[in-house]
Design a protein around this ligand. Structure first.
Ligand code: BGC
Length: 393
C-alpha cells in the first residue's frame, strides 16, 4: 500500500514537472502504463492512424523507452511499423521495413506481411486443409493451393483492441482479438492476447497467448523485416542460427517430412556467416526459396526460452539476438521483395529485409512427426519472442 501510494506520488510529481515543461497528456504515461508498480520507464502515446474503407478507426501507439528507443505499433494487424534502435555511435535508425501510412498496409499490393502479427496459423498449411479429431477442415488457398499465414484475412488484416500495458520492464501495449469459430475455416472461438513491451534494455518483447473453446490449431508469430543498417541490402549481415537441422521442403515450400542435417550445406549457420555468402549456391532446397525461406529446428527443448539466432551488421555495429520458447525458426531473406513497395524514403528491393520468425514448423497440422500445434479447451497457447538489440564496438 505504502509502495502504491509512493508510486502514485511519483507519477503525480512526474506529471507536474511534465505539465510545467511540455505538458503531460492523459495518453502519455510514466511507469510503463501505471499499473505495474515499477519506476518511471518511458512512455506510451496513442494517435489516430487512419480509417479502413468500412470506417473502422486504426490507431498508432508509440512506445518510447528510457534509452531513447522507439517502437510504433498500429492496431491494424498488430503491426510494428517502426522500430528505432541506436548504432555504435549512438545514432538511431529505423531497423524494420514499413510503410508511411495505412493505405500502404491495406493495399492489395501488400502481400509481404511487413511487421505483422501472423495467425491463426503462421506459415504454410499444405493443400489448404488439415484433419483434426477425424474431421477435415478446409482453409482459404491463398498461396499456390496452400494456406499461408492464416488465409486471405489472417490476423494481419484485422483490427485489434488495444490497451496500454503494465510491465515493469518498459512501456507496453496489450492487443486482444477474438477469432470466431469458423473464421478462415479454423475451428473454435480463439481468444488471442499479444503484449508488446519495449524493454529498457532495448528489446522488443512479444508475449502471445491464446485459449479456445474447441480443439483447434494455433501458430502465431511476428513478421518484421529487419535491416540492421537501416537501408540497403541485407546480404552482408552475418547470421548465426543455433540449429543442426532444417525441415526440407518441396518447390512450394511445404515440408516433405523429416529432418535434414545442415552439415556441409548452405543452411549451416552454426558459425556466423554472411547471408549472401552462399545464397545463390546450386542447392535444390535453396533454389526453391529462391534463397532462404526455411524452418530451422532449434537446438533446445521446446517450451524453454533460449537464444535462436544472432545477427550482426558491421558498418553500424548493430546486433540483433532472437530468443523464443518455440521449436522452430523461419529465416526468410526477403526473396520476394522486388522494389514495387517502399516506405520511409526507400524502395524495398529484393533482399533488403530479413525475417526471423520463431514458431512451430510449417504444415504441422498435417505432419504427426512434428511437435503438435493443437490447442484444446482449458489449455493456453504461449509464444514469447524477444528481439534484443545491442551494439558490437
Ligand atoms: C514466408 C515467405 C513469404 C513471406 C511473405 C514468409 O514468412 O516464409 O515464403 O513470401 O512470408 O508472405
Amino acid at each position: 500500500m505504502m509502495h502504491q501510494m509512493f508510486g502514485y506520488a511519483a507519477i503525480m510529481a512526474v506529471c507536474l514537472v511534465g505539465v510545467l515543461l511540455a505538458g503531460c497528456t492523459q495518453q502519455e504515461q510514466s511507469g510503463g502504463g501505471g499499473g505495474g508498480g515499477g519506476s518511471s520507464k518511458g512512455s506510451v502515446t496513442k494517435a489516430p492512424y487512419g480509417k479502413l474503407s468500412d470506417g473502422t478507426a486504426v490507431d498508432v501507439y508509440t512506445l518510447k523507452n528510457s534509452k531513447g528507443a522507439e517502437a510504433r505499433i498500429i492496431t491494424y494487424g498488430g503491426t510494428v511499423t517502426y522500430l528505432s534502435m541506436p548504432d555504435k555511435d549512438g545514432k538511431f535508425s529505423d531497423v524494420v521495413l514499413g510503410f508511411d501510412n495505412l493505405e500502404g498496409y491495406t493495399s492489395t499490393n501488400n502481400t509481404a506481411y511487413f511487421g505483422a502479427l501472423v495467425g491463426r496459423y503462421g506459415n504454410r498449411i499444405g493443400k489448404a486443409k488439415f484433419t483434426l479429431d477425424g474431421k477435415e477442415y478446409t482453409l482459404p488457398a491463398n498461396n499456390n493451393g496452400n494456406t499461408l499465414h492464416g488465409g486471405t484475412k489472417g490476423f494481419d488484416k484485422v483490427v485489434w483492441t488495444a490497451k496500454e500495458g503494465s510491465s515493469t520492464e518498459g512501456p507496453s501495449l496489450e492487443l486482444t482479438y477474438l477469432s470466431k469459430d469458423g473464421e478462415q475455416g479454423f475451428p473454435g472461438n480463439l481468444n488471442v492476447k499479444a503484449v508488446y513491451t519495449l524493454t529498457d534494455d532495448n528489446a522488443l518483447k512479444l508475449e502471445y497467448t491464446a485459449t479456445t473453446d474447441k480443439d483447434t490449431v494455433v501458430n502465431l508469430t511476428q513478421h518484421s523485416y529487419f535491416n540492421l543498417a537501416g537501408k540497403g541490402s541485407i546480404l552482408d549481415h552475418e547470421v548465426q542460427i543455433m540449429s543442426d537441422q532444417t525441415t526440407p521442403v518441396d518447390a512450394q515450400l511445404i515440408p516433405t517430412g523429416g529432418y535434414k542435417s545442415v552439415d556441409g550445406t548452405p543452411f549451416d549457420f552454426r558459425k556466423p556467416t554472411k547471408i549472401g555468402a552462399r545464397i545463390d549456391d546450386k542447392d535444390t532446397q535453396l533454389q526453391y526459396g529462391p534463397g532462404y525461406d526455411h524452418n530451422w529446428v532449434i537446438n533446445k527443448p521446446m517450451g524453454q526460452m533460449g537464444l535462436m539466432a544472432r545477427v550482426t551488421e558491421a558498418t553500424t555495429g548493430r546486433v540483433l539476438e532472437v530468443s523464443s520458447d518455440q521449436p522452430g525458426l523461419q529465416f526468410y531473406s526477403g526473396n520476394f521483395l522486388d522494389g514495387t513497395l517502399g516506405g520511409n524514403g526507400w524502395k524495398f528491393e529484393k533482399r533488403t529485409g530479413f525475417c526471423m520468425e520463431p514458431q512451430h514448423y510449417p504444415d504441422s497440422p498435417n505432419r504427426p512427426e512434428f511437435p503438435s500445434t493443437e490447442l484444446k479447451p482449458g489449455e493456453t497457447y504461449k509464444n514469447t519472442i524477444i528481439y534484443k538489440f545491442s551494439v558490437a564496438k
